[in-house]
Write a protein that binds this ligand. Structure first.
Ligand code: GRF
Length: 215
């Protein structure tokens, strides 16, 4: 399965995907990386791995639609099957989301549907939540909504700061994102009535609340 990855910044989830793809038995490869920010540090991970990486600066486009048309064209030219948002900080229009429907996924640093949006770790601590985590989900037009593919949970410690919590969550993000992509690439993910049905080892798992075996 050919992956196109959209980034805006650090790119540690991109790196996790690139590292997973380097393994012999991994059923996907990153064929194209696009950043909407010219100075995104994550671009270096793609370049170091000889993956075509392109800056498509949203500020160069008067309209969101034309920016997205450039992204779409880049991924289509590269033969992308699945688009992975990895810290991509632009809202995508309904038309892009519909075009890539069920072939566009995102990772969010909370246990969705809790704590959608920005400043997640601050809000988790502020709320006194005891458990947090991350979610990989198909993208729908509403922000941080869509069928859930995989989640992992981590504890929130009494003395956590947003930085320490973010570090703990990020460590599981780097395992769950490649695991979720593997499930999709192996044809084990199906969507029914906007919930993910997973087929693992011949068994059908009807619940989307599934934590995959971590690699
Ligand atoms: C991650 O926490 C991800 O869940 C969120 O943005 C952050 C991106 O980090 N969507 P990175 O750029 O992958 O290091």
């Amino acid at each position: 399965m050919k992956l196109g990855v959209l980034i805006s910044g650090r790119g540690s989830n991109l790196k996790a995907l690139i590292d997973a793809c380097a393994r012999d038995d991994y059923p996907a490869e990153v064929v194209s990386v696009v950043s909407n920010k010219p100075d995104a540090p994550g671009l270096a991970y793609a370049r170091n791995a000889d993956i075509p990486a392109k800056v498509i600066n949203h500020q160069d486009f008067a309209r969101r639609e034309t920016f997205e048309a450039a992204v779409d064209e880049t991924f289509a030219d590269a033969g992308v099957d699945l688009v992975c948002n990895a810290g991509f900080m632009r809202i995508l229009t309904d038309s892009f989301v519909d075009k890539w429907r069920d072939r566009l996924i995102n990772i969010h640093p909370s246990l969705l549907p809790a704590f959608k949006g920005l400043h997640v770790h601050e809000r988790v601590i502020e709320a006194g939540a005891r458990i947090s985590g991350c979610t990989v989900h198909f993208v729908r037009t509403e922000m941080d909504e869509g069928p859930i593919i995989a989640q992992a949970a981590v504890p929130v410690m009494a003395d956590d700061t947003p930085e320490t919590l973010s570090k703990r969550v990020l460590a599981v993000e780097h395992k769950v994102y490649p695991a979720a992509v593997r499930l999709i690439a192996e044809g084990k993910v199906r969507i029914s009535h906007e919930r993910v049905i997973l087929r693992i080892g011949g068994e059908t798992e009807s619940s989307a609340m599934f934590v995959p075996p971590l690699p």
